[in-house]
Ligand binder design. Structure first.
Ligand SMILES: [Fe+2]
Length: 206
């Protein structure tokens, strides 16, 4: 639960490099910047819903804000490609997880860097860069993976139309071999699945 949303916002953006990095992302690719802001806020809300202490909520939110910052090193053309990627294009795209980790390490944020590295790991070991399985994937990275996938589905991609809330949640719940079902539950609780009953207010604000 968010007891002091002003502190959350200022702490999320407290690192001296935040605005410069996000500004560089905005200049590089509009959609990536939108995605980072949305995933950053939603990750922090989800952390609050899960009952994390404030410093962990902030860390999770910062990991969300920066999870794709390594895409600064991926060409805009590749980021917006509508064709099926070939092997070398996949290699370049996938490198963003490690590049992002390196960028955050270099800026003195090793804990956030570690979460960023693992945001494309999947429970069955099919993810990257390390092919981690199950609980070997840090909890924060498992939650971030769910929030990331949710935002991508809701917003749509160059190759996929946006989908509605119910369908996005159904797809996450069905993909149990990939996504942590407890993390999906945290997301649903955060967004207020029983929105009608609660008058449309998200649960993290209660
Ligand atoms: Fe990513």
């Amino acid at each position: 639960m968010l007891e002091d949303s002003g502190a959350l916002l200022s702490d999320l953006f407290a690192q001296p490099f935040t605005v410069a990095l996000l500004g560089a992302v905005l200049a590089h690719d509009f959609e990536t910047h939108r995605h980072l802001l949305n995933v950053g806020m939603l990750s922090a809300y989800a952390g609050a819903t899960a009952g994390l202490e404030h410093p962990r909520v902030v860390m999770l939110g910062q990991a969300g804000l920066f999870h794709d910052v390594g895409k600064l090193h991926v060409s805009r053309m590749l980021l917006n490609a509508r064709h099926e990627l070939d092997a070398s294009e996949w290699f370049s795209l996938r490198a963003h997880a490690v590049r992002g980790e390196q960028m955050l390490h270099a800026r003195g944020a090793p804990t956030v860097a570690a979460i960023v590295r693992s945001h494309h790991e999947r429970l069955d070991g099919s993810g990257y860069p390390d092919g981690l399985r199950g609980l070997a994937i840090p909890w924060e990275a498992r939650l971030l993976a769910v929030v990331d996938a949710y935002d991508c589905m809701r917003a749509g991609r160059p190759y996929a139309a946006p989908i509605a809330y119910d369908e996005a949640i159904a797809r996450l719940e069905a993909a149990r071999t990939l996504y942590d079902s407890e993390a999906v539950e945290v997301l649903v609780a955060t967004l207020g699945a029983d929105r009608t009953a609660k008058g449309g207010q998200a649960t993290f604000l209660k």
